[in-house]
Design a protein around this ligand. Structure first.
Ligand code: HEC
Ligand code: HEC
Ligand code: HEC
Ligand code: HEC
Ligand code: HEC
Length: 486
């Protein structure tokens, strides 16, 4: 039997040629290899921001290449087609190892094998490295899963965390969370391909990494000190859409620091306080029982009057330790309620405030009908507003058409940034817990209905969390004082 080095690739090819599985593998590898190398180089040096291009490389070409390699070897070892294909089988190795020349041949085979493996490992390594980074990128998270992620991606871009990568909150650092997230990611990818994902996407996220690990990479709770002046701008329903302001001094407090004892709002996350609660539904809106353990180990349990029934009827009982996310559940996916979304546009003059009754009419067209698609909403918003001004204010409509058009565009923007009917997201589908809209948020616990054995309740006193310095005033005196009339 020939033993020269040049025969080995030949025999290798022959081996492949006699196994259909290997042949298929070889074809896949040959076809994908040049594209793959070309595309990776292209991506590395010219950097194409198109998410589908990267998706094509790392989700299709890469896995096909690796799959092809696996097929070749599976074919060579296990799925031989004809008798003479004996290269690389166990029997072959046994035979060859028995005599001297055979031993030589094996050595060369190993040599070729190692050489080819090195090349393949290099390609696979580059793939794994770039693929890892690609899968960590916002474009993979937000755009490749285009339909299901559009709402989260849009809402995220409107938040203060729009420069923070999805993975920094959803995965965080460390290999074990990467693996966990990829396992659930594979399930999600399947859900996208099979079109079985839920609309809207369920919140809270199952198995989300505890917030303190991720948030505290950037925010140190010891550092939220003092009080913060919060000014809320609002526009009323009257003809002038009067601009009013609510001024609150938020008692942000501290989670404890060298300089300050824990107090105020961030007292909940101080190291010496541990709050656990039982929620009767997955959304954590019904909280029958809250337990507070302080430093000395003393536990106080607050229970609502209907705690027993609520716990018995619980659709999905969970026990949870309170962390950042129980208040900051919308740090990055900020879906505004309709009045706030429209107020925000009025404030920056994307909706002209001097159109009569604009706030009232904008609310009406944006909320009175539940539209089936964003396009339907756009059309209805345009025709609704145009109709109103044409009929009731023909002068304005004729003379200041541009303002009406701007109002239409502003209301449409407010709508499409917050409502995604295609994904089952209407106004207020996702509610922020950072406050007490609709009796939710803080009032899930702070409602004076949760009572401890000694009769104490979780406080609902309006001054516990903030001092209200002005409420919906058009020219609050306090701002006069603070700003000195400027
Ligand atoms: C600042 C941290 C942060 C960043 C950055 C972030 N998220 Fe989230 N995300 C959250 C939190 C918190 C929740 C709500 C989790 C909960 O209540 O359990 C959430 C929820 C979600 C949900 C579930 C639906 C919902 O709105 O509750 C999806 C889907 C999601 N995020 C996708 C993304 C994508 C895609 C990106 C990047 C474009 C991203 N996230 C960036 C923190 C973040
Ligand atoms: C990678 C760093 C990073 C991570 C992780 C991060 N943040 Fe932030 N966060 C920032 C930065 C930077 C700002 C300031 C943005 C600005 O002022 O424009 C900020 C601002 C905030 C604010 C104030 C602005 C607002 O929207 O009210 C809150 C609250 C906040 N983060 C909460 C969280 C929570 C909760 C988490 C965990 C789910 C988190 N952050 C994770 C970097 C981060
Ligand atoms: C009990 C509810 C609650 C918990 C728990 C909580 N926060 Fe806050 N946090 C708030 C409120 C309320 C504000 C003030 C929001 C505003 O600006 O009106 C705030 C403000 C902040 C700010 C902005 C501070 C500033 O000076 O503007 C950051 C950053 C922040 N929180 C991060 C966190 C992180 C990180 C955690 C977890 C370790 C956390 N919070 C836990 C309720 C909470
Ligand atoms: C899971 C239940 C729960 C939720 C949700 C919750 N709290 Fe509390 N909070 C407590 C308990 C328990 C106490 C201790 C009893 C008390 O002081 O009334 C407390 C105490 C406080 C205190 C007094 C801290 C001190 O200095 O002694 C403030 C301020 C506060 N909460 C603010 C908030 C704000 C703001 C929110 C919403 C963003 C909120 N809490 C949401 C359970 C909760
Ligand atoms: C457990 C803490 C807590 C208690 C108790 C509480 N609030 Fe608040 N309140 C908040 C937080 C947090 C916000 C949201 C601040 C933000 O959005 O930045 C808020 C916001 C508000 C706002 C502004 C709403 C807006 O967006 O325009 C008003 C008005 C208000 N509270 C009134 C009250 C009144 C009246 C009471 C007494 C019945 C009360 N609050 C009790 C925590 C509390």
């Amino acid at each position: 039997m020939a033993t020269s080095l040049s025969d080995i690739p030949k025999a290798f090819l022959k081996g492949i040629a006699h196994s259909r599985v290997s042949l298929l593998g070889a074809m896949v590898v040959t076809v994908s290899f040049p594209f793959l190398i070309g595309a990776i180089l292209y991506d590395m040096f010219l950097h194409i921001p198109n998410p589908y291009f990267a998706g094509f490389i790392y989700m299709i070409l890469g896995p096909s290449f690796i799959g092809g390699l696996v097929l070749i070897f599976v074919g060579l070892f296990f799925a031989k087609g004809q008798e003479e294909v004996r290269l690389f089988t166990l029997a072959y190795f046994r035979d060859k190892l028995a005599d001297q020349t055979g031993y030589e041949k094996i050595r060369k085979l190993v040599f070729v094998g190692v050489f080819l493996t090195c090349i393949n490992l290099f390609v696979v390594g580059v793939l794994a490295y770039s693929g890892y980074h690609y899968m960590e990128s916002n474009s993979f998270c937000g755009q490749v899963c285009h339909v299901p992620m559009t709402p989260e991606f849009t809402a995220y871009q409107n938040s203060s965390h729009s420069r923070v990568h999805c993975v920094e909150c959803h995965i965080g650092s460390g290999a074990s969370w990467f693996v966990k997230s990829k396992i659930s990611g594979a399930r999600q990818l399947y859900a996208v391909l099979a079109d079985t994902f839920s609309r809207p996407i369920e919140t809270p996220v199952r198995g989300l990494r505890p917030a303190r690990d991720t948030c505290e990479e950037c925010h140190r709770p010891e550092k939220f000190l003092g009080d913060k002046l919060v000014i809320k701008d609002k526009f009323l329903d009257d003809e002038n859409s009067t601009h009013v302001k609510t001024v609150l001094l938020m008692k942000i407090g501290s989670a404890g620091d060298r300089a300050a004892n824990s107090h105020g709002i961030h007292w909940h996350v101080a190291p010496e306080n541990r709050i656990t609660y039982k929620a009767a539904d997955w959304e954590r809106t019904i909280i029958p029982e809250v337990a507070l353990t302080v430093d000395d180990g003393k536990e106080v349990v607050y229970r609502s009057a209907e705690a027993d029934e609520q716990l018995a009827e619980a659709e999905e009982l969970q026990v949870r330790e309170m962390d950042c996310m129980d208040c900051h559940n919308r740090p990055s996916h900020v879906y505004l309620p309709p009045d706030k979304a429209i107020d925000a546009k009025l404030l920056i003059n994307e909706i002209p405030k001097d159109l009569p009754y604009i706030k009232r009419q904008a609310m009406a067209v944006a909320t009175e009908t539940e539209y089936a698609t964003q396009d339907e909403a756009r059309t209805a918003i345009a025709s609704g507003l145009v109709e109103f001004y044409k009929q009731n204010y023909p002068d304005i409509y004729a003379g200041e058409r541009e303002k009406v058009d701007r109002a239409v565009a502003g209301v449409q923007e407010a709508y499409v940034q917050n409502v995604f009917p295609e994904m089952g997201i209407q106004w207020n589908t996702y509610i922020s817990h950072l406050g007490h809209a609709n009796e939710m948020g803080c009032f899930r616990c702070h409602n004076e209905e949760h009572e401890a054995e000694n009769g104490e309740v979780i406080s609902m006193d309006c001054d516990t969390c903030h001092t209200i310095l002005a409420e919906e005033e058009d020219d609050p005196e306090i701002l006069e004082t603070l700003l000195g009339g400027h």
